[in-house]
Design a protein around this ligand. Structure first.
Ligand code: CA
Length: 222
């Protein structure tokens, strides 16, 4: 899951980024409202975390303009203000949810998981393909009842594939969801991660789940 964090307080931005990266999210940070529009045009974000009090353009106006320009990704408003009118304004500007600072990172990630489920065809919390299951809350992967140990990036890669079951995802589509702006284009990182993931998921199983579609990308399914 790729998240754009819009937060002008460096300390808060760093705390959120670290907390989300520990949970295997790919995170980019911008520190003002206007730059949001450059970033959403250069990458596909699964979710935007949007502070309200921002230099340049406030979060309510950013959210209204995103919706007016047709960007439909979930927006979670983050703000220190906790009065009722502000919450209503946030939701009326097109935000999907609202979290008041200070908050626990566990609550933030639980809300992100709920927002990710909202537009999914299947609303169950645990992702399942054949005898493979992945729980975004605990990061636990299991195949045929055996637990599979995954690194944070392997988890993010598997989650991206499993959120698009039986679909071919291109290298670029995978990069967009799993890595942030620091990803070096042209690197062989994806091939390395797919190879490692395939060893953990498919080795020893007669039915292979991770497929390379030559010239197009990768697909998960039986
Ligand atoms: Ca602020």
């Amino acid at each position: 899951m790729r998240v754009l964090v819009v937060e002008d307080e460096p300390r808060m931005a760093k705390l959120i980024q670290q907390g989300l990266e520990e949970e295997a999210y790919a995170v980019d940070v911008v520190d003002n409202g206007r730059d949001v529009f450059l970033w959403v045009q250069s990458a596909t974000y699964d979710i935007i975390l949007l502070d309200i009090m921002l230099p340049g353009m406030n979060g309510l106006d950013v959210c209204r303009q995103l919706r007016a320009e047709g960007f439909n990704m979930p927006v979670l408003m983050l703000t220190a203000r906790d009065t009722l009118p502000d919450k209503v304004k946030g939701l009326d500007s097109g935000a999907d949810d609202y979290l008041v600072k200070p908050f626990a990172i566990e609550e933030l990630t639980a809300r992100l998981r709920a927002l990710a489920r909202r537009d999914a065809p299947v609303k169950t919390a645990v992702l399942v393909i054949a005898d493979l299951s992945l729980d975004p809350a605990t990061k636990l992967a299991q195949r045929g009842g055996s637990v599979i140990e995954l690194t944070a990036k392997e988890y993010a890669l598997l989650e991206t594939l499993m959120r698009h079951p039986h679909q071919v995802l291109s290298r670029d589509q995978i990069i967009e969801h799993v890595w942030n702006m620091e990803f070096e284009s042209g690197s062989k990182l994806i091939e390395v991660y797919i190879s490692n993931l395939r060893k953990k998921i498919d080795d020893g199983h007669p039915v292979k789940l991770i497929h390379t579609v030559r010239g197009l990308g990768y697909r998960i399914g039986d």
